[in-house]
Design a protein around this ligand. Structure first.
Ligand SMILES: Nc1nc2c(c(=O)[nH]1)N[C@H]1C(S)=C(S)[C@@H](COP(=O)(O)O)O[C@H]1N2
Ligand SMILES: [Mo]
Length: 221
């Protein structure tokens, strides 16, 4: 077991939840029919650095204790760090967009593409959604359809170096065509689900899908 960690920052979480719910109540950022085609999604600005967002804790998971549990409607298994590194590794470059309105361009990352990971997990046709869970208690849900997009991956490196702990190292997910809250830092569990279920921010007023080009920031109440 990983040693006990700090508690999530309830004040910070409640503040974000209130903001999401009041924006949604005003009909702001609840999605538009027409997707923008610009590289920079609507309402975003380019950030000079890569900001850090979390629940007020940054779990410290040494690679020798890190495990990834894959379960649900699939071939259940638990991967160690060595097992994970034996999977096919891919280097690629994507942009990344956070709902708090910063974006970064050309993140150079390395990890296991979801399409390669699926060969190992071999989910059944009944699997429609995935729930990611993390060492800090965070969860987020993504549909299998969104997971099938290119550049979706489980990553361990950024800019040619191991992913820093503050950005979710040793391993996080990467779903760059959705807002960044869909990319789980310090990932420890992947559940293939047969129906959708909302994750941590999705039950607190964030949009269930989160397409930045449609400004799907918040959920309608
Ligand atoms: N485990 C975990 N993953 C998480 C979060 C978190 O609090 N815990 N925050 C999400 C949110 S809201 C954002 S914007 C991105 C931020 O990633 P970054 O800190 O690397 O920029 O991580 C997402 N993944
Ligand atoms: Mo976020």
């Amino acid at each position: 077991m990983i040693a006990a960690m700090a508690e999530p920052n309830e004040k910070l979480i409640q503040g974000k939840q209130q903001l999401a719910q009041s924006r949604a109540a005003q009909g702001m950022g609840t999605g538009r029919d027409q997707a923008s085609r610009d590289r920079l999604p609507p309402g975003q600005r380019l950030s000079s650095g890569w900001p850090v967002l979390d629940l007020g804790m940054k779990p410290d998971i040494p690679t020798n204790l890190w495990q990834l549990k894959v379960f649900g409607a699939c071939q259940a298994r638990t991967l160690s760090w060595d097992d994970f590194l034996k999977l096919p590794q891919t280097k690629f470059t994507t942009d990344f967009h956070c709902v708090t309105s910063w974006s970064i361009y050309d993140a150079q990352i390395e990890g296991v593409l979801w399409q390669d990971f699926l060969k190992l997990a071999s989910p059944g046709p009944e699997a429609t959604h995935v729930m990611f869970s993390s060492y800090d208690g965070y969860t987020t849900n993504v549909s299998m359809e969104d997971m099938a997009m290119p550049d979706v991956a489980i990553i361990h490196s950024f800019g040619g170096a191991p992913l820093e702990r503050e950005h979710g190292g040793p391993v996080r997910t990467w779903v760059p065509h959705l807002y960044a809250w869909k990319s789980a830092k310090w990932v420890r569990g992947i559940e293939f689900m047969t129906k959708d279920k909302r994750g941590f921010w999705e039950v607190r007023g964030y949009h269930n899908r989160g397409d930045p080009w449609k400004e799907e920031r918040f959920s309608r109440p």
